[in-house]
Design a protein around this ligand. Structure first.
Ligand code: GTP
Ligand code: SPV
Ligand code: MN
Length: 594
């Protein structure tokens, strides 16, 4: 399929190491994908779902010990340990290659090695970057075929260039103790062994489009961020674009596909999705920041997705979609997950492959969930009813606002605005959020997750903060920077803010602030809305409830400041002084007014 000697040498090197029975190049044709689907169905790797109800959809279960990203086994293998920084695991690249090669030796005996040429971004567009992933998993091939642009057209565009990311993946034996997700930013290389799950193995996604790309962006003057991109069309027809960075399983897909409440749709408001997980940002026309979504599909959280919370996501999954670790219903050959509806199936199979029915409890009377909390759907972007007409615009879309946000039961108010870019970078750098099932480990523990990039930054986080500050200097018409929190809870632990579609009410305030058409209140942490400026029309939500989630508690925030100081201390000399100045200012503001 190619005469590119770099590509051929790469494939040959790993063929010799991993010793597959055969090598198959993925050309991107429908016939080849169909043949591979049939093969995976014949071995039980996937189950073909009801072709009437869910045409072209597949069901897959991963190994029980392999259901999420593994941050503890993810490494940045830069030559200097210093360049991985205090927030990443580091391994010396030579040592890492040696260790990984030893695990990989002969690992594809009796298997096929698939060679997937893929593009992040529209093939041939100025933003696009190319990769070659080697894998022994048909599931990976089928997912990559949805999430990225794959096949011959990529090799054609690549020509004889050496500018591509090398991705090596093998399931090996799915051993947890030998699981490694290693990024080599200086070599444009990713090496992933002993996993078969999502972000660990779809190497175009977190490994390339965030970890490797963030490093490339640092070197080349652009940014790779864990952000959704959406467009809000106003009644006059104008569309404003917004990017939002929330940690894993904290609401990006949901906000990206938001359907505004009736009071807005009646006036003519519409939301369009450009991306739901990753944004590549560059300086563009008119001194503005432009955003592109490098992906071609959505790898979305299934639980909680339903006709009310996210009808656009649900519609996106009705054809050509792969469901992973949800409930399988053999009788109808359909799927189910917690929060889909109130009618859990009675004769079904859970994500572990065991017989399961709604209401099932364990020996202690605890409800057994049928779908894994991090079960996912892989859906083509073109399925999305609200996909933006600019989805494939090679120049990207101009960004008016950047929103940071986390999952915080207390502390962070519903929304606030930073005073300027520098303060906005500070606001992103102090993000903290409760951990979720998207990564292995404890759930619900508050941790610092700057810009939602803690698990995804491919270089020193101190340099990353500096890069944000430097980008601000280059962009004349900078987006305004905000922070949101949909997750404040009451004494009973219930979410106070209705969220989902009603987040449009907060988006409206944000866009009005960008246009300078609404006032704000200055507080120690930044600008907050006047409660009466958040539109509550058509919502059963009192102004007092709103006030309770717009509250900035000084004692809580002073404690927060102490915590930030400790976190910042990790970065030593690499912490930009602008950020320590902002922390000082925050403390001064909090003390001044108390
Ligand atoms: P990744 O794909 O892991 O990066 O996650 P994401 O940020 O796209 O998260 P997603 O939109 O899939 O949401 C994750 C969970 O948060 C789901 O269970 C949603 O139901 C829930 N969620 C999303 N938006 C809201 C909201 O506005 N309010 C509340 N209470 N929950 C929300
Ligand atoms: C996330 O964890 O942020 C995801 C899912 O988007 S994964 O691709 O598995 O990283
Ligand atoms: Mn994500």
């Amino acid at each position: 399929m190619t005469n590119n000697q770099y590509v051929l040498d790469f494939v040959e090197k790993y063929r010799q190491l991993m010793q597959p029975d055969q090598v198959v190049w993925i050309d991107g044709s429908k016939a080849q994908i169909k043949a591979l689907t049939d093969e995976a169905a014949s071995t039980g790797e996937v189950i073909k779902l009801n072709n009437k109800l869910l045409p072209g959809c597949l069901y897959h279960r991963t190994a029980i010990n392999d259901v999420a990203r593994v941050e503890g086994r993810t490494f940045i293998c830069s030559r200097q340990q210093e360049n991985a920084g205090p927030t990443n695991n580091w391994m010396d690249p030579q040592e890492a290659y040696k260790k990984l090669d030893a695990i990989a030796e002969g690992c594809m005996k009796g298997r096929t090695m698939y060679v997937i040429p893929f593009s992040m971004g529209k093939v041939g567009s100025p933003f696009a970057k190319y990769g070659i992933e080697l894998t022994d998993s048909i599931y990976v091939v089928l997912n990559m075929n949805i999430m990225t642009r794959v096949g011959e057209k990529v090799l054609k565009k690549l020509g004889d260039s050496n500018d591509f990311v090398r991705g090596i993946h093998s399931k090996v034996k799915l051993e947890e103790e030998n699981r490694y997700i290693c990024q080599f930013p200086e070599d444009n290389t990713i090496y992933s062994l002993n996993s078969g799950y999502g972000g660990n193995v779809l190497l175009g996604k977190k490994c390339f489009a965030l970890r490797i790309a963030s490093y490339q962006g640092w070197k080349e003057g652009w940014m790779a961020e864990h952000m959704l991109i959406l467009g809000v069309q106003k009644p006059d027809g104008e569309i404003k674009y917004v990017c939002a960075a929330f940690p894993s399983a904290c609401g990006k897909t949901n906000l990206a596909m938001l359907i505004p409440p009736e009071t807005y749709t009646k006036k003519g408001y519409k939301v369009f999705t450009v991306g739901d997980d990753i944004a590549w940002l560059r300086k563009g026309k008119g001194g503005m920041l432009y955003a592109v979504n490098p992906e071609n599909g959505f790898f979305g959280v299934a639980p909680g997705t339903n006709v009310k919370s996210n009808p656009n996501a649900l519609a996106s999954t009705q054809r050509g979609t792969i469901f992973t670790n949800v409930v399988y219903i053999p009788k109808t050959k359909t799927v189910w997950w917690e929060g889909l509806d109130k009618n859990p199936p009675q004769n079904a199979i859970d994500w572990k492959g065991n017989p399961w029915h709604g209401g099932m409890v364990d020996a202690d009377g605890k409800v057994i969930k049928g779908a894994h909390p991090n079960s996912r759907f892989t859906a083509p972007a073109k399925n999305c009813p609200c996909i933006s007409s600019e989805f494939e615009n090679p120049k990207g879309v101009p960004v008016s606002a950047i929103i940071f946000g986390g999952r915080r039961a207390k502390a962070a108010p519903l929304v606030y605005e930073s005073r300027d870019w520098k303060h906005g970078v500070f606001v992103g750098s102090i993000m903290a959020s409760e951990t979720t099932a998207a990564a292995a480990g404890a759930v619900g523990v508050v941790r610092h997750d700057p810009m939602a990039m803690l698990p995804f930054c491919g270089y020193h986080m101190g340099d990353y903060f500096q890069h944000w500050l430097d980008m601000g200097k280059k962009i004349k018409n900078k987006p305004k920077i905000f922070n949101v929190n949909w997750f404040r809870t009451d004494e009973q632990g219930n979410f106070i803010w209705p969220g989902f579609g009603d987040n449009m009410r907060v988006l409206e305030w944000i866009l009005d602030r960008c246009e300078g058409t609404v006032d704000a209140v200055e507080t120690p942490i930044g600008y907050l809305p006047k409660p009466e400026d958040i539109n509550l029309e058509g919502l059963d939500f009192s102004i007092d409830q709103l006030k309770s989630i717009l509250d900035v508690d000084k004692k809580t925030w002073l404690a927060e400041a102490d915590d930030i100081e400790q976190f910042f201390a990790k970065f030593g000399d690499k912490l930009p002084k602008e950020l320590s100045m902002e922390l000082k200012k925050l403390r001064k503001n909090l003390r001044k007014r108390s």
